[in-house]
Write a protein that binds this ligand. Structure first.
Ligand SMILES: O=P(O)(O)OC[C@H]1O[C@](O)(CO)[C@@H](O)[C@@H]1O
Length: 359
């Protein structure tokens, strides 16, 4: 088959969201007159369909792979050969679900406050195998943003009753004062467990890695002049049900920096200046893993699992037995399980973020 022995690349796959952004993604995708819009995200190698209440007629989220120069539904492609794409061990455990979702997220406004269920909550109460733990790898900050930040966990936790009242009355200033800004900069990586209330600040370009679901408790209803429909707020289950999703623990900013900001750990040395680091692994979560490969010169890479990759710095050429692929900064690819060895040449250096499923 024409996909064998090759890295998989994709058509652009922008997804509608209730907040705005995406101008940088427009620019990267050579769109005429880049502008911020309701398409602030690009879903990468995705087999997940977006849930956008009110837009059910638009089927979006699932990537189109490019196979023999033709677009091809990525979920169907994996279903046609899960042992090749995902590997027999993964396929036995998770069937055709890659179990990891990767996005570019490009915010021009602060996102609405939200919290996602843990996998345990999703299994017990939502009849779903996945919650939505997530991780952010910060790529860039827009010009003019002097204090890039995320909100992460309550620094001044409200009681459940108090939170309920603030949400019902949409007391956004009071909700915001439950948080302190957690500063972020390029190359930072944060882990956001299910249950943790959060909001991504304005002007941030990031790779977001998460469990493969679109579950969200959105507790701020209006953003950029758009009001979320009722069914987009509380997972169609009501506020009381959703108040159980929240982690009400008080986390100081120092605790967040020490415990949720990831520390890179070297796990392989390819040559003198080329190595692989782990950013998110079993020490942090059992939901997905993230690594970063830094390549200078020529390296032969052997992997015994599939991954979704983004070239975050520099550029490189990747050679397999049947393909030579030139990749520039911010280009992406999927490496199938069946492609166990390939070489990467990066004379001027490259960094690649690699996103892996749970073990
Ligand atoms: O509420 P919306 O418009 O679906 O946007 C939610 C976005 O926020 C995130 O959950 C990040 O916190 C993204 O994964 C998601 O796409």
């Amino acid at each position: 088959m024409s996909y064998q022995g090759q890295l998989i690349t994709f058509m652009p796959n922008r997804v509608w969201r209730s907040y705005v952004g995406g101008k940088t993604l427009d620019y990267l995708q050579n769109v005429n007159e880049p502008t911020d819009s309701h398409f602030p995200e690009e879903w990468i190698a995705s087999t997940v369909q977006a849930v956008n209440p009110g837009r059910e007629s638009h089927i979006e989220g699932i990537s189109k792979a490019i196979i023999a120069s033709e677009p091809c539904d990525f979920a169907q492609l994996i279903q046609s050969d899960p042992n090749y794409f995902l590997g027999p061990k993964h396929a036995k455990k998770y069937a055709t679900n890659p179990m990891v979702l990767v996005k570019y997220l490009d915010s021009s406004v602060r996102l609405h406050f939200q919290a996602h269920p843990t996998a345990e909550f999703a299994k017990q109460k939502l009849n779903s195998n996945s919650g939505k733990a997530e991780a952010y790898y910060i790529l860039d900050i827009r010009e003019g943003i002097s204090d890039p930040y995320i909100y992460l966990g309550f620094q001044h936790p409200p009681s459940r009753e108090n939170l309920k009242q603030m949400i019902e009355n949409q007391e956004i200033n009071n909700i915001e004062s439950c948080f302190k800004k957690i500063p972020v900069k390029a190359n930072d990586c944060f882990y956001i467990p299910g249950g943790m209330p959060h909001a991504i600040g304005e002007g941030i370009l990031m790779i977001e890695v998460m469990e493969p679901s679109d579950w969200a408790v959105r507790f701020e209803f209006e953003k950029s002049g758009y009001t979320l429909p009722e069914e987009a707020r509380f997972m169609k289950r009501g506020l009381d049900f959703c108040l159980d999703v929240f982690d009400y623990t008080q986390y100081t900013p120092e605790y967040i920096q020490q415990n949720f900001k990831q520390k890179a750990r070297k796990i392989a040395q390819y040559n003198k200046h080329s190595y692989k680091e782990s950013l998110v692994d079993a020490a942090t979560t059992d939901r997905f893993r993230i690594c970063k490969s830094t390549i200078l010169g020529s390296v032969t890479k052997t992997e015994d699992e599939f991954f979704i990759a983004v070239v975050t710095k520099g550029s490189c050429t990747i050679k397999t037995t049947s393909q030579t692929l030139q990749l520039s900064q911010y280009e992406t690819f999927f490496c199938p399980y069946g492609l166990s060895e390939f070489s990467i040449i990066a004379e001027d250096g490259a960094e690649i973020i690699e996103c892996y499923p749970p073990l």
